[in-house]
Write a protein that binds this ligand. Structure first.
Ligand code: DGP
Length: 242
């Protein structure tokens, strides 16, 4: 039976070099003769994406739960295309996915990890307690599951030293610390599942505070085994989760 394409997601904190690394990976796969398509979420070109873009640039205010559902809708509207492409043998490299969805929204309901700075986004006092981890995960349940997630981790110091930091809504130190702690939880749940023998996606944690070449070599060592395609049927995210 013909193999399907691999589904590879690059996740990370803001200014972790994620978009640069996604492009480098895409170009390297093309050079290897692999048929590959690039996706980026949020896709700011669609109608949901335009609303998200305006929210991220702080040009509009949207209820925390409503914006969470819009981010998820933005992924769902691409899902069927992605499934068809993967089935037809095309590999997908995706810049952010459902894990950002949980991390950035559930972070809003966590207590501040340091003294909030003026203008910080919502803290628990103003954030509905309904924005729990489980609630945030629910709308993305059953989206196509990646085969591999590469999580690019950077310290707040490195983030701040990188150009453009602070321009968008979530680019504030305390927010990023809380986002990072939710990403840690997602990662540890996937690791626990795979240790218990459950078939799950592979999650690789990468220190993105190093040089561009070091990071891209780590990414490549995770991706290379998938370049021949994947035999297993495409799984769905959290489909067995109670
Ligand atoms: P980027 O275009 O990769 O810089 O991402 C834009 C910002 O949106 C970034 O701060 C992370 C945040 N983000 C991405 N996906 C989601 C999501 O699904 N939900 C929420 N709340 N935020 C997200």
């Amino acid at each position: 039976m013909a193999k399907r394409g691999a589904f590879i997601v690059i996740e990370g904190l803001d200014r972790s070099g994620k978009t640069t690394q996604t492009t480098l990976l895409h170009d390297r796969l093309v050079k290897c003769g692999i048929s590959v398509n690039l996706y980026k979420f949020p896709d700011r070109t669609t109608s949901t994406g335009k609303m998200i873009d305006s929210y991220l640039r702080s040009q509009s205010e949207v209820d925390d739960r409503a914006i969470h559902l819009l981010f998820s809708a933005n992924r769902w509207e691409a899902a069927e295309n992605m499934i068809q492409e993967l089935k037809s043998g095309i590999t997908i490299v995706c810049d952010r996915y459902a894990f950002s969805g949980i991390a950035f929204s559930a972070a809003k309901a966590l207590p501040p990890l340091s003294t909030p700075s003026p203008g910080d986004v919502s803290t628990p006092a103003e954030t509905p307690r309904t924005l729990t981890y489980e609630w945030c995960r629910a709308p993305d349940t059953n989206l196509p599951s990646p085969d591999l997630v590469l999580f690019l981790d950077v310290s707040p110091e490195v983030q701040k030293s990188r150009g453009g930091y602070g321009e968008e809504r979530y680019e504030k130190e305390d927010v990023q610390r809380r986002v990072r702690s939710v990403f840690r939880r997602i990662e540890s749940e996937f690791h626990q599942e795979s240790e218990s023998g459950a078939k799950t996606l592979r999650w690789i944690h990468i220190d993105a505070g190093r040089t561009l070449d070091e990071v891209s070599e780590d990414i490549w060592s995770g991706v290379e085994p998938l370049t021949g395609g994947v035999e297993e049927a495409l799984a769905r995210l959290w489909s067995g989760t109670p």
